[in-house]
Design a protein. Structure first.
Lengths: 433, 472
C-alpha cells in the first residue's frame, strides 16, 4: 500500500529545535481535526471543492540525478548566479556562494532545515504566527505538519541588497506533494527583492501546498515576486502573509500560469504609521484551468495604505474566482485602500467570478474597489486593424498590453523582463485566436 | 390572553361585504407561535381554497427545515424568537392602542415632518385613516375602468385565481430562503395587481391607500402582473416612522412584466428600531420588459432586502436604485440581485448608503451572466458615506460572468463628508449640523430625484432629522 497524505508525517532530520517539532506535531492533529471546506463556507463560495482530494498523493521523494543546469536553461529567470537557491521535491540541491561582506553584516539566506538549526531562536519569534483567515486553515496546518524544506532570509538593520535573490522550487514525479515554506524578514531600514519560481519538471499531477511569511520591519522595503508554472495537471494551495510595519513598503507580486486548479490566499496586514502594501497578480488561464484567489487588505493602524491590482486574461473553458476584502479596523483612521480586479474574457466559455468586498469600521477613510469583466474592446481592435494589423494579432496585442500594465507596477526592469518573457511564452503557446 | 378570543363564527364573515371596512366587530388572533394549527387557523379565517392551504402547509415544512442563513448574514437573526411572534392578527386589533401609548419621540417626529394630525394617528397605528379609504375607492374605480385589478392577496387568490395562480410563488419559490418560506406559510395582506395588455396606468398605485384598510401586514404578499406593453408604477410605504409593536416583518413581493411591459416599484420604509425587516423581492422581466426597484430603507434593527430582477426575455432590463440610512443600533443589509437569462439583457444597480453614529450599512450584490448568452451588460455602483468614527460599512458583491460577449463593471467607494465642504458652508453662516445635513442630502441627491416629488421632499426632511445630533 502506498503512502498517502492522510498518513502521519515521516520523522525529520535530527538537530531541529524542540519547539519546531512540537509545533509540527500539534499542527498535524489540528489538520486532522479541522473539517474540510464545505459548500456553505463563504470563503469557498464559487470554489470547486471537488478538487480538494488528496487520494494517492504522497510526500515527494528526492530524486537522484536531477539535472539542475538543464532545468535552469529551459526556464526564464534572471541572468546572474548571485544569491540563488534551488530545490527539487522539497530537497535542497544548490546555493550560490553568498558574498562574504553580506554575511559579515549579518545577512542570512539559508535552506529552512539548516536555518532552523543555526538560527532557531530568531526564526521562532516569526515562524507561522499568522492565522489563516481566508478559508485554508486546514491546508495551512497541513503545510506546517508536512514541511520538510523551504528557505529563510534575514536582512539586518540598514542593509540594502540591490541584486534580487532567486529561489527555484521544482516538483517532479506523479502524485508528489511538496510543502515549501518561505520566511523573509527585512529588518529596519533594509531593502530586499526576492524572486521565487515554482515549476514542474514534468507534466504529471502533483500538489504544492505552500506558505510564505513576509515581514517588513520599520522603514524597510520588500519586494516579493512569485511565479508559478506547474504542470497542467498540478494542484496548488498557497497562502502568503505580509506584515507591514511602520513606514515599510511591501510589494507582493504573483504570476500564475500553470496548474489544473489553484487556490491562492494573500493577506497584507498594515500595522504601523505609513505602512504600505501593494498586491499585484497576473493570471493567464486556458483550457480547463481554475484559479481561485482570495485576498485581504487588513488595516489595523491609522495612516496606512494598500493597493491591489489583479488581472486575469481567461481563455477556453478556464475559470477564475477573485474574492478580495478590504478591512479597515476600528481606529484605523486615515486609511487609503484600493482594490481592482479586471477580467479579460477571451472565449465564450470562460467564467469569471468577482467578489470585491469592503468592511469599514473607521473614519476619514478613502476606500474604493472596482471590478470589470469584459471582452477585448471593439474600438481597440478597430484601431489596430485600421493600421493593417490582422484581427488575431490585434487581439493578442491588446491582451498582452492588458497584463503588461500590471507587470509595470513592479518598477524593476530586470524582473519585469523576466515576467514579460514568461508571458510571451505563454501567449505564443496559446497562439493567435 | 384576552385577544385570543377568535371563534369559528368568524369564518363565516362575508369578505366581499366587509372588505376595506374598519367598523367590523370581529377580531382574529392566531396566538403566539407557529405550527400547523396556526396555518389552519389563518386558512379558515380567510376561507381559502385547498390549494392555498396546501401551499401554506408545504411552506411551513420548508421553513422548519431551512437553517438560518447566519453563515453569511448577521448573527442577530438568531435572536428572533419564532415562538413569541403573533403570525396573524386581523383588522380591528391594532386600533385598540391609544394615542397615549405612542412614544413621545415618535409624536415629535410626526410634528416635525409636518404630517397632518389625522395621518399621525394612523401611522402610529392607533387609528385607521378613513379618508384614505375613499381615496382608495376612487383609485380603484378609476383604474378598474381600464380593466386593472387592484385587490388584496386573499381576494386575488379567491376571486381571480385564473390570473394570479399562474404566477403566484413562481418568481420567488417557497424554498428561495427561510423567510420567503415563512411568508408563504403565513402571508396575509399585500396587493395583487393585474394590468391588462397595453394599459398604461397614469397615476402611481399606492399601497398606502389599500393596505390601511386592513392594517399593515407583518407578512404581506404582493404579486403584480403587468401584461404585454402595459405600464405601472407602484408605491408602498411612507416616509414617516411607523410605530410597530411586532418585531418581525417578512414580506414577499413578486413582479411579472410580460413582453415590453414596464414596472416601477417604489418603496420608502422607515421602521422603528426594534423591527427585523426581512423581505424578499424579485421581478421577472420578459422580452423587452423593464423592471425597476426604487428603494429607500431607513430605521429598523436589521433590514435584509436584496431586490432582484430575472431577465428572462431578450432585451429585458433590470434596475435597482437604493438609498439606505443606518443610525445607532441599526444594520441596513441591502443590495441587489441581477440574473441575466437571455441575450442582450442589461442591468443597473446604484446603491448609496449612509452610516450615522454606530450604524452599519451593508451592500450585498449578486450578478449572474451564464454561458451561451450574448450582449449582457451590468453596471453596479455603490457608494458609502460614513458620518462618525464608529460608523461602519461593508460591501460584498459577487459577479459571475461566463463567455466573452458581455460587459460588467462594478465600482464602490467609501468616503466621509469632507472637512473643506463643512468649513465652506460654516463660513457662510450654516451651523455644523446644517452643513452636515446639506452635505448628506447632496450625496444622495441624484438618487432622491428618482423618487416621486412628494417622497423626495419628505426624504430630504427625514435625512435632516436623522442627521441631527450626529455631529459635535
Amino acid at each position: 500500500m502506498s503512502l498517502s497524505l492522510l498518513d502521519s508525517p515521516s520523522s525529520l532530520n535530527s538537530g531541529l529545535p524542540e519547539w519546531y517539532l512540537q509545533l509540527r506535531k500539534t499542527a498535524w492533529s489540528e489538520f486532522l481535526e479541522i473539517p474540510s471546506p464545505n459548500r456553505k463556507d463563504e470563503n469557498w463560495r464559487f470554489a470547486n471543492i471537488k478538487k480538494l482530494s488528496y487520494e494517492g498523493v504522497n510526500d515527494a521523494q528526492s530524486i537522484d540525478g536531477f539535472d539542475i543546469d538543464q532545468h535552469l536553461s529551459e526556464s526564464v529567470h534572471l541572468n546572474s548566479d548571485n544569491n540563488r537557491m534551488i530545490f527539487n521535491n522539497d530537497t535542497f540541491l544548490y546555493q550560490s556562494p553568498s558574498k562574504d561582506d553580506l554575511i559579515d553584516k549579518g545577512f542570512i539566506f539559508k535552506p529552512l532545515s539548516q536555518a532552523l538549526i543555526d538560527h532557531g531562536t530568531l526564526i521562532e519569534s516569526y515562524f507561522m504566527k499568522e492565522k489563516s483567515r481566508l478559508g485554508s486553515q486546514k491546508f495551512y496546518k497541513l503545510n506546517q505538519a508536512r514541511q520538510k524544506e523551504g528557505y529563510f532570509i534575514y536582512v539586518p538593520e540598514g542593509l540594502e541588497i540591490d541584486e534580487p535573490i532567486e529561489v527555484f522550487h521544482w516538483l517532479s514525479g506523479k502524485d508528489s506533494a511538496i510543502f515549501p515554506y518561505s520566511l523573509i524578514i527585512t529588518d529596519k531600514k533594509s531593502n530586499l527583492t526576492v524572486a521565487e519560481y515554482v515549476a514542474s519538471s514534468d507534466d504529471q499531477f502533483g500538489l504544492v501546498c505552500g506558505v510564505s511569511d513576509l515581514i517588513a520591519e520599520d522603514d524597510s522595503t520588500l519586494t516579493y515576486v512569485r511565479t508559478q508554472n506547474l504542470s497542467e495537471k498540478a494542484h496548488s494551495i498557497q497562502s502568503s502573509n505580509v506584515l507591514s510595519h511602520r513606514n515599510s513598503k511591501v510589494k507582493n507580486f504573483s504570476l500564475n500560469l500553470g496548474c489544473d486548479w489553484l487556490r491562492h490566499e494573500s493577506i497584507s496586514r498594515l500595522m504601523g504609521d505609513g505602512a504600505s502594501s501593494e498586491m499585484i497578480s497576473v493570471s493567464v488561464p486556458e483550457k480547463n484551468q481554475e484559479f481561485d484567489m482570495r485576498t485581504l487588505q487588513l488595516h489595523e493602524h491609522p495612516n496606512t495604505s494598500s493597493d491591489l491590482l489583479y488581472k486575469n486574461a481567461l481563455y477556453d473553458q478556464s475559470k477564475t474566482t477573485f474574492a478580495g476584502m478590504i478591512k479597515v479596523e476600528e481606529g484605523a483612521h486615515q486609511t487609503d485602500a484600493y482594490q481592482t480586479c479586471r477580467n479579460l474574457l477571451m472565449s465564450d466559455k470562460c467564467e469569471a467570478n468577482s467578489m470585491p468586498g469592503l468592511e469599514i469600521n473607521a473614519d476619514q477613510v478613502k476606500c474604493s474597489h472596482g471590478s470589470t469583466s469584459n471582452p477585448v474592446a471593439e474600438e481597440e481592435l478597430f484601431y489596430l486593424m485600421s493600421r493593417g494589423i490582422q484581427e488575431p494579432v490585434s487581439r493578442q496585442l491588446v491582451t498582452f498590453g492588458f497584463v503588461k500594465d500590471a507587470v509595470d507596477r513592479l518598477n524593476n526592469d530586470k524582473l519585469e523582463e523576466v515576467i514579460l518573457k514568461k508571458l510571451e511564452r505563454r501567449f505564443n503557446r496559446i497562439g493567435l485566436r | 390572553m384576552e385577544t385570543e378570543t377568535a371563534t369559528d363564527k368568524s369564518i363565516e364573515i362575508d369578505r366581499e361585504e366587509s372588505n376595506f371596512h374598519y367598523d367590523v366587530d370581529y377580531k382574529h388572533d392566531a396566538g403566539r407561535g407557529l405550527d400547523e394549527g396556526t396555518i389552519d387557523y389563518i386558512s379558515n379565517v380567510k376561507n381559502e381554497d385547498d390549494w392555498v392551504r396546501e401551499f401554506r402547509q408545504k411552506a411551513l415544512k420548508v421553513f422548519n427545515e431551512k437553517e438560518m442563513p447566519t453563515h453569511w448574514a448577521s448573527e442577530d437573526l438568531d435572536t428572533i424568537n419564532f415562538d413569541e411572534i403573533r403570525y396573524y392578527l386581523s383588522a380591528g386589533e391594532a386600533p385598540k392602542r391609544s394615542w397615549d401609548d405612542v412614544p413621545d419621540e415618535m409624536k415629535e417626529t410626526f410634528e416635525r415632518l409636518g404630517i397632518p394630525e389625522k395621518e399621525r394617528k394612523f401611522l402610529a397605528g392607533v387609528e385607521a385613516q378613513f379618508d384614505s379609504e375613499a381615496a382608495y375607492s376612487n383609485v380603484k374605480d378609476a383604474v378598474s375602468e381600464q380593466g386593472v385589478i387592484f385587490v388584496n392577496s386573499s381576494e386575488g387568490l379567491a376571486e381571480h385565481a385564473d390570473i394570479f395562480r399562474k404566477w403566484f410563488g413562481k418568481v420567488i419559490p417557497t424554498g428561495d430562503n427561510k423567510f420567503s418560506a415563512l411568508n408563504s406559510a403565513v402571508f396575509s395582506g399585500g396587493s395583487f395587481i393585474y394590468v391588462p395588455p397595453g394599459v398604461k396606468v397614469k397615476h402611481p398605485l399606492q399601497a398606502y391607500f389599500r393596505i390601511n384598510a386592513e392594517q399593515f401586514g407583518q407578512f404581506e404578499r404582493t404579486l403584480i402582473i403587468v401584461d404585454e406593453g402595459a405600464e405601472l408604477t407602484y408605491m408602498e410605504g411612507c416616509t414617516a416612522p411607523k410605530f410597530e409593536t411586532s418585531t418581525l416583518h417578512s414580506a414577499v413581493v413578486e413582479l411579472v412584466a410580460m413582453k415590453d411591459a414596464k414596472i416601477q416599484y417604489i418603496t420608502v420604509q422607515n421602521w422603528s428600531a426594534n423591527v427585523f425587516n426581512l423581505v424578499t423581492k424579485r421581478g421577472l422581466a420578459h422580452e423587452g420588459a423593464e423592471v425597476r426597484w426604487i428603494d429607500c430603507n431607513i430605521g429598523s434593527r436589521l433590514t435584509m432586502k436584496y431586490p432582484g430582477v430575472v431577465m428572462k426575455g431578450e432585451g429585458a432590463r433590470g434596475e435597482v436604485i437604493s438609498i439606505a440610512l443606518a443610525n445607532d443600533g441599526q444594520h441596513q443589509d441591502t443590495g441587489a440581485k441581477m440574473i441575466h437569462a437571455a441575450n442582450n439583457t442589461s442591468s443597473n444597480v446604484v446603491s448609496k448608503s449612509i452610516s450615522v453614529g454606530e450604524g452599519r450599512s451593508t451592500y450585498r450584490g449578486h450578478v449572474h451572466i451564464p454561458k451561451h448568452l450574448k450582449g449582457c451588460k451590468n453596471n453596479t455602483e455603490c457608494d458609502a458615506l460614513l458620518i462618525n468614527s464608529k460608523s461602519r460599512t461593508d460591501t460584498y458583491p459577487a459577479i459571475t460572468v461566463r463567455g466573452n460577449q458581455h460587459a460588467t463593471q462594478h465600482e464602490a467607494s467609501v468616503s466621509q463628508v469632507s472637512e473643506e465642504q463643512i468649513f465652506y458652508m460654516k463660513q457662510r453662516g450654516l451651523s455644523e449640523a446644517e452643513a452636515m445635513s446639506l452635505s448628506v442630502n447632496g450625496f444622495v441627491n441624484d438618487l432622491v430625484r428618482e423618487f416621486p416629488m412628494e417622497y423626495s421632499v419628505e426624504l430630504k426632511r427625514l435625512i435632516d432629522l436623522e442627521m441631527e445630533g450626529s455631529v459635535g
